[in-house]
Structure formats: structure tokens, C-alpha cells
Design a protein around this ligand. Structure first.
Ligand code: BTN
Length: 226
């Protein structure tokens, strides 16, 4: 069961860091770490993840023998837990009205058979509270919908969807992911080229039609430009 045991911190450096420490110390599959506030929240590519205290779901879960579908299944679980129509931007940003609502950071030790899945989901942050440079690219449920459930309610829905989606067959995860593909048909560019996004392959790589044929971009190796 995802979510048991649960450790809640009023303030933590990063729930991913706390969950990794617990994983190394032998914490069981499903151990959930949450925080009301992070002092060193981290995103992908070494970015900082900022959230006003109490305004976001900040969670990390220890997974023993995680499925290969993990990053894809996590994004699908997030969109299904949210009471709004969200899309997924490869590799696994969750967008609402074209702005980032939630981010996913998977870390771990595949050789030791564990991973930590970290999710940050903006719930009650008013639009005006996002720093000016993020206002056009980030959102929260409250900012997009005018109102939002509490963070505990969203967390409960998220844990339930993770329980289901981490156990779903890959083809079902892929089908749902593809239905929510924010990039399909749009122009993308990366440091190695540019083309038209054409969906994702079964291993989660992004397919792109270019002038010289279709290429597959591996998540974690290729970063799309903004
Ligand atoms: C991203 O989009 O770059 C990923 C953001 C992940 C943020 C979450 S918040 C909870 C967990 N703890 C962290 O330090 N990061 C993840």
C-alpha cells in the first residue's frame, strides 16, 4: 500500500532527501514522506522547487522494485487525482491551462532495487503569489479554478491513484498518457535538433518527426527548450 507508514514534517529540507534516507535505512515499500514546507525542494535538472508553506502537496514515496513504467504511471496518477482537465508535457510535467501545475522527480538506486518518487503539486497558491518570472508558466488549482480542495484531500486522491497506476499494465498507462499528451503535433526543439512531437514510445522516449526522419529522445538525456 502506498502511504503506509507516513512521516509528516512541518518543515523538511526536501521530502525526496528524507525518503531516500529512509529507503537506505530499509523503509518498506510505500513509505510516504510529506511536508508542509521545504527549505531545499528540488526539481529536475538541478532546479529549485519553491512552494509557499501549506500551499502545495509535497510528497515522496519509497518504492521497492519499482515498475519500469514508473515515471509515466506517476504522471497519469497525478492527472487522474486532480479535479481538472490536465495534460502531460514530456517527460512528466503536469499542465493545467498550459501552465505547470505539478512536477515529478524520480530518484533512486535501481541496482539496489528502490526508487523515490517525489511529487510537488500546487494547490492553493494565488496566481499573484508566483514570482513574476513564473507567472506565465506555473499555476495552482486555486489560480486556475478559482477554488481548490485542501492539500490533504488531493494527497489522498493522489495516493489512491498511485496505488492503482503503479500496478497497471504498461499498455494501459501508455494509452492514458497518450490521451493527455500536451506536445503531440507541436514544434519542439532541443540542443540536438528540432521537429514535430509525434507521441511517446513504449519506453517513454519522445518521438519526433524531423526533416531526416523520426527520432526518439530519451528522458533524462535530452532537455527540451522552452
Ligand atoms: C520538476 O518538475 O522539476 C520536479 C519537481 C519535483 C518537486 C517535488 S516537491 C516534493 C519532492 N521533494 C523535492 O525536493 N522535490 C519533489
Amino acid at each position: 500500500m502506498i502511504g503506509t507508514p507516513r512521516v509528516h514534517h512541518r518543515v523538511a529540507d526536501s521530502t525526496n532527501e528524507r525518503a531516500k534516507a529512509l529507503a537506505r535505512a530499509g523503509a518498506p515499500h510505500g513509505t510516504l514522506v510529506t511536508a508542509s514546507e521545504q527549505t531545499a525542494g528540488r526539481g529536475r535538472q538541478g532546479r529549485t522547487w519553491l512552494a509557499r508553506p501549506g500551499s502545495a502537496v509535497l510528497m515522496s514515496v519509497v518504492l521497492r522494485d519499482p515498475p519500469e513504467s514508473l515515471p509515466l504511471a506517476a504522471a497519469v496518477a497525478v492527472v487522474e487525482a486532480v479535479p481538472a482537465d490536465c495534460l502531460i508535457k514530456w517527460p512528466n510535467d503536469v499542465l493545467l491551462d498550459g501552465r505547470k501545475l505539478a512536477g515529478i522527480l524520480v530518484e533512486g538506486r535501481p541496482q539496489e532495487g528502490w526508487a523515490v518518487l517525489g511529487i510537488g503539486l500546487n494547490v492553493s497558491t494565488p496566481a499573484a503569489d508566483f514570482p513574476a518570472e513564473l507567472r506565465d508558466i506555473a499555476t495552482s488549482l486555486a489560480a486556475a479554478l478559482g477554488e481548490a480542495p485542501g492539500t490533504e484531500e488531493i494527497l489522498a486522491a493522489l495516493v489512491a491513484r498511485l496505488d492503482t497506476r503503479l500496478a497497471s499494465p504498461l499498455d494501459e498507462v501508455l494509452e492514458e498518457w497518450r490521451r493527455r499528451d500536451a506536445l503531440f503535433g507541436s514544434e519542439v526543439h532541443w540542443n540536438g535538433g528540432a521537429g514535430t512531437a509525434a507521441g511517446i514510445a513504449g519506453d517513454g522516449s519522445l518521438l519526433v518527426d524531423t526533416d531526416s526522419g523520426q527520432v526518439a529522445l530519451a528522458a533524462g538525456e535530452v532537455h527540451l527548450g522552452r
